[in-house]
Design a protein around this ligand. Structure first.
Ligand code: SF4
Ligand code: SF4
Ligand code: SF4
Length: 299
């Protein structure tokens, strides 16, 4: 069995306890307008093009069987419409302007990388985190990785948007030490408008995870003009208090670090905002903290 990943990041410190290896799955059922990982949208590997690095050499045009690249007067133009994703142009591009985003891995491939840092996990209480994209968008591969990780005695965490069949959640739960579970927007219609899907299944799955006794950190992005309001803060707090196994609420203020990535995939960013100041972030954190007995931090 193989899964498609777009990164395996070692020495991650923000996605679960201790030092971790973060495995980024490609593909996501949502399209949050503020998403900073657009390379995680599609499940299949994709061509990534960074115009800043292009030196107009034309080697890609010679390598492409479909005529997707043209170079005139030193200016390179990529036409993705005919691209069959053979990635021949990536090998030809010595400047590194063309890259392959996403590759297939077996469970053994991933484990070989994860095992490199075992001493760090043991000293720090770390382990493996499945992230993305959405790990449960490739459910069988996610489950196989979790199973193998538990066999090897590793601490496991999954960052999830929660939109997947309940059966997947039920199978995964015994293999997951910590769910980093998104709670993005309050209200079915608002959720649909800004993420592309409603929140009914997501909330049902969250309650299932809680009912199965698994530890949960609620991850709450704060997006100016979208969910930075009292109604949402109250809903976050109420959910945290309702669910016994929510151990913490992480406030995740909007940042714009992913905006530049959209152009590399010929996608249009759907959202722009100023980033929040330190005081604004703290104000949101304390508004939620006032309403819940669970600990609220800025992550
Ligand atoms: S991936 Fe293949 S088909 Fe697509 S642009 Fe590159 S060489 Fe052409
Ligand atoms: S091979 Fe790379 S550097 Fe050369 S024209 Fe194509 S994209 Fe630009
Ligand atoms: S769930 Fe996460 S990865 Fe998927 S679109 Fe939303 S922010 Fe991006």
């Amino acid at each position: 069995m193989k899964g498609v990943l777009f990164n395996i990041q070692r020495f991650s410190l923000h996605d679960g306890p201790g030092i971790r290896t973060n495995v980024f799955f490609k593909g996501c059922p949502l399209r949050c307008v503020w998403c900073h990982n657009p390379e995680g949208f599609e499940r299949a590997p994709e061509l990534e093009y960074n115009a800043v690095k292009c030196i107009g050499c034309g080697r890609c045009a010679a390598a492409c069987p479909e005529g997707c690249h043209t170079v005139a007067d030193g200016t390179h133009i990529l036409n993705r419409e005919k691209c069959v994703r053979c990635f021949g142009c990536v090998d030809a591009c010595v400047a590194g302007a063309l890259l392959r985003a996403g590759a297939e891995y077996t469970v053994d491939d991933v484990m070989a990388k994860v095992e490199l840092d075992r001493p760090f996990y043991e000293n720090s209480g770390g382990g493996i985190t499945l992230s993305g994209g959405e790990p449960f968008f490739q459910p069988e591969f996610a489950l196989a990785l979790l199973e193998e990780s538990k066999k090897r005695g590793l601490h496991t965490a999954v960052e999830t948007c929660g939109l997947c069949p309940e059966d997947v959640i039920r199978r995964a739960a015994p293999l997951v030490d910590l769910f980093l579970y998104d709670y993005k927007i309050t209200g079915e219609e608002e959720h649909k408008k800004f993420t592309g899907a409603g929140q009914e299944i997501i909330l049902k799955n969250l309650r299932t995870v809680n009912g199965l006794g698994r530890q949960i950190v609620l991850r709450c992005p704060v997006i100016p003009g979208i969910n930075d309001n009292e109604r949402h803060y109250s809903a976050v707090a109420a959910l945290a208090d309702e669910l016994d196994n929510v151990v913490r609420v992480d406030v995740e203020p909007y940042h714009d670090l992913g905006r530049a990535k959209y152009a590399k995939f010929d996608r249009e960013p759907k959202f722009a905002s100023d980033v929040m100041s330190k005081d604004e972030k703290e104000a949101v954190r304390s508004r939620i903290q006032e309403k819940t007995r669970k600990r609220v931090i800025i992550s």
